[in-house]
Design a protein around this ligand. Structure first.
Ligand code: NDP
Length: 281
C-alpha cells in the first residue's frame, strides 16, 4: 500500500521530460505511483542503486552518464541490453534488479508509427557509433533491413559496432567514403550529438548528400527542427525527428514496471507540452 516510487538517475537531469510524461501516465491510469528525477554523480552511482533497492523502488530509468556503468550493479541484464552494452530501464522484481534497454525498440516503434516504412527494403546509413547508435543499430538489425552502414568520427567504434551486428549485413565506412554510400541510402539515421542545443546550427553531414529517395531520421529532439531535418526537407527527403523515440522508450519502460500497456497518447501530450514550455532552440 502507499505510494510506489519509480524515477530517473542521471547527471544532469534538470531538463528531463520524463517526470511529466510518467506522472501524467500514472494519473491517467489511476496508478498510485510517483516518478522523480535524481541527479547522481558517477562516484555515487553504487550508493544510489543500493539506496533505491533498499527503499523498495519499483524501478528506474538510467540516463547519461550511467547507462553503461549501472550494469555492474544489477543482478541480471536482459539480452538486448547486454548486446547494446547499456541499460536505460531497471526493474526491481522480488528483490532482484533487472536491466533492460528500451531505446532501440522505442526508436523502431516511433519510426514505423510515423513513417509506415517497410523496414525489410531499407539500406540504412547510421551516422555515429555512441550509445544511441548501438541501441538503434541492434534494433534495426533484428528487422531484416537490407544493409546497415555505419560512419563515425572515430572509425574504430563504427567498426566494432558493425562487427557486433551479427543478424545483419553490416559494415563500417569512413566519413570520407560517405559520398559514395549516400546515393543508395534509403534511411539515414543521425545519432551523433552534432546539432544539439546550444550548437543548433551544426550539421553532421554535407547537406548536398541528402536526396529525395531517402528518409532522414534525426535522434536529436528539440522544439524546432534540426538544421539537418530542414536541409533534408528542402531537398525533398521525408523526415523523422527524435521526439517519438523519447516517447516510446518511456512507454516501454512504463510497461516493464506496470505490466500493462502505457497510455501513449496521454504521454505524447505531456511531452509536447513540456517541450513547448522548455523553449531553448
Ligand atoms: P554518445 O556520447 O554515446 O555518442 C556521441 C556520438 O556523437 C559519437 O558517435 C561521437 O563520435 C559523435 N560526435 C560527438 N561530437 C561530434 C563531433 N563534433 N563531430 C562528429 N561526431 C561527433 O551519445 P549518445 O549516443 O548517448 O547520444 C547521441 C545523441 O542522440 C544525443 O544528441 C542524444 O540527445 C540523442 N539521443 C536521443 C534519444 C531519443 O530518445 N530521441 C535517445 C538517446 C540519445 P566519436 O565516437 O568519434 O566521439
Amino acid at each position: 500500500a502507499g505510494t510506489g516510487v519509480v524515477g530517473l538517475i542521471g547527471h544532469p537531469v534538470g531538463h528531463s521530460k520524463s517526470p511529466e510524461m510518467m506522472n501524467r501516465a500514472f494519473r491517467a491510469c489511476g496508478l498510485p505511483f510517483v516518478y522523480l528525477a535524481f541527479d547522481v554523480s558517477p562516484s555515487e552511482l553504487g550508493d544510489a542503486v543500493r539506496g533505491m533497492r533498499a527503499l523498495g523502488f519499483r524501478g528506474w530509468n538510467v540516463t547519461i552518464p550511467h547507462k553503461v556503468a549501472v550494469l555492474e550493479h544489477l543482478d541480471e541484464v536482459e539480452e538486448t541490453a547486454r548486446e547494446i552494452g547499456a541499460v536505460n530501464t531497471v526493474v526491481a522484481q522480488e528483490g532482484r534488479l533487472i536491466g533492460y534497454n528500451t531505446d532501440g525498440e522505442g526508436y523502431l516503434r516511433s519510426l514505423v508509427d510515423e513513417t509506415g516504412l517497410e523496414l525489410s527494403e531499407q539500406r540504412v546509413l547510421i551516422l555515429g557509433a555512441g550509445g544511441a547508435a548501438r541501441a538503434v543499430a541492434h534494433a534495426l538489425a533484428t528487422t531484416g533491413v537490407e544493409s546497415i552502414t555505419i560512419a563515425n568520427r572515430t572509425r574504430e567504434k563504427a567498426e566494432r559496432l558493425a562487427a557486433s551486428l551479427r543478424k545483419a549485413d553490416a559494415r563500417a565506412v569512413s566519413l570520407s567514403e560517405l559520398e559514395r554510400v549516400v546515393g543508395e541510402t534509403t534511411l539515414l539515421v543521425q545519432t551523433t550529438s552534432v546539432g544539439m542545443y546550444p550548437e543548433t546550427e551544426a550539421i553532421p553531414i554535407d547537406p548536398s548528400f541528402l536526396h529525395e529517395r531517402m528518409i532522414v531520421s534525426d535522434l536529436i529532439y528539440r522544439p524546432r527542427k534540426t538544421l539537418l531535418l530542414r536541409e533534408a526537407e528542402a531537398r525533398g527527403a521525408r523526415i523523422h525527428g527524435g521526439l517519438g523515440m523519447l516517447l516510446h522508450q518511456a512507454a516501454l519502460a512504463f510497461e516493464h514496471w506496470m505490466g500493462k500497456p502505457a497510455p501513449v497518447d496521454v504521454m505524447r501530450e505531456a511531452l509536447e507540452e513540456a517541450m513547448k514550455s522548455a523553449g531553448g532552440g
